[in-house]
Design a protein around this ligand. Structure first.
Ligand code: CTP
Ligand code: CA
Length: 227
């Protein structure tokens, strides 16, 4: 499917969206991954296309159809996701909804690790690049508006506000991923939007509606395209 410029409040804009988990290989058959269905990120890409934007969706492995009218780039690892994001710039706005694995295994085994052969395996880890922080600080090619997500299990707003400062993004959409909140794989979400202006808690709504709310705010923030 070809990416397109449609009519709507984001007509003439390029939006970049990350979605889904990343998979970091341990050996040819095993991975380290995060829980993420990709539903929120895919819904944001779909809503942006619906608002007339040209959309690039960089997605880790998900069991979802490609949103229509969106350029989809499929990746596995955090490093591949960063490379695909960099290749998709410039963008007017970027939304980082992916659940990126924070660590990868230091040395991927080239052969399947066999059970029992040498006792229990020991994995050592190295940190993955932080895609949101990298792009937020990318002088010269930083999108005008950079939006991150924060998955928290406690002190949701405080942790997310600290993340916004640490990463240098404009907005953070925080949600509670404790078991009680039931966000993962689910349809609905309570989002706290944190910006320079403060915290705005949205009513609980489904992910498609949350995506439209975010896209409305992005369109307002970017303003009309210069003729
Ligand atoms: N993110 C990213 N690259 C990473 C890790 C996170 O781009 N390597 C982005 C996510 O897409 C999200 C935001 O950073 O938009 C926050 O992710 P989160 O996992 O909540 O924050 P971390 O900074 O990784 O902190 P921690 O997991 O320790 O809470
Ligand atoms: Ca993380």
């Amino acid at each position: 499917i070809e990416a397109h410029f449609g009519k709507g409040p984001l007509s003439g804009r390029h939006l970049l969206v990350t979605s889904g988990p990343t998979h970091e290989p341990i050996d040819p058959v095993r991975v380290i991954a995060n829980r993420s269905s990709g539903r929120q990120g895919h819904a944001i890409a779909q809503a942006a296309a619906g608002a007339g934007a040209k959309v690039t969706l960089v997605s880790g492995p998900v069991a979802l159809p490609d949103p229509q009218g969106v350029q989809v780039v499929k990746v596995e690892t955090a490093r591949e996701m960063l490379a695909a994001v960099e290749a998709a710039l410039p963008a007017d706005a970027a939304v980082f909804a992916a659940a990126v694995a924070d660590w990868r295994v230091a040395e991927e085994a080239s052969q399947k690790i066999k059970k029992g052969a040498a006792g229990l395996p020991t994995l050592s880890f190295v940190e993955n690049p932080d895609i949101l922080a990298t792009i937020s600080r990318a002088a010269g090619r930083r999108p005008r508006l950079v939006v991150g997500f924060a998955a928290e299990t406690s002190d949701v707003v405080a942790n997310a506000a600290a993340k916004r400062m640490a990463k240098g993004c404009d907005w953070i959409l925080a949600n509670d991923v404790s078991a009680a909140a039931g966000v993962f794989g689910g349809e609905a979400n309570t989002i706290h939007m944190i910006s320079e202006a403060g915290v705005e808690t949205w009513p609980r709504m489904d992910k498609a509606e949350a995506a439209r709310q975010l896209i409305d705010r992005i369109a307002k923030q970017l303003g009309p395209v210069a003729p």
